[in-house]
Design a protein around this ligand. Structure first.
Ligand SMILES: [Zn+2]
Length: 109
């Protein structure tokens, strides 16, 4: 009698060993709306708090759509304010229309 032994067949698998999961499916997007101020102008005004002529910066604000904390799309304007460079107090832009003592005492000349 001839006994047949089962033949062992070893197949080579050419495929890489199962590292086919896609990690890119979970994307975290951080977005929001923030207000950014930029200096629209500067000059000298009479600061009510300092009580003297001080340098000011006129700051204009605008909302931005941000993506990953980077301003991407400009949105609506927020407003303007005037900031004293000395005491850092913020005023309404109308503070620039206040008469300055230097102008009042300035003679024509
Ligand atoms: Zn001031």
């Amino acid at each position: 009698m001839m006994g047949e032994q089962p033949q062992k067949v070893v197949k080579d698998r050419d495929r890489p060993s199962g590292l086919e999961s896609f990690l890119g499916s979970d994307v975290l997007i951080i977005w929001g709306v923030r207000v950014f101020f930029h200096t629209a102008g500067q000059g000298v005004f009479c600061c009510p708090r300092c009580g003297a002529d001080r340098r000011y910066r006129r700051r204009s604000g605008r909302r931005f759509f941000t993506l990953f904390f980077v301003p991407i799309i400009p949105l609506s304007k927020v407003g303007e304010h005037v900031q004293c460079a000395t005491c850092r107090t913020r005023y309404h832009p109308e503070a620039l229309t206040l008469p300055r003592p230097a102008e009042q005492s300035a003679g024509a000349g």
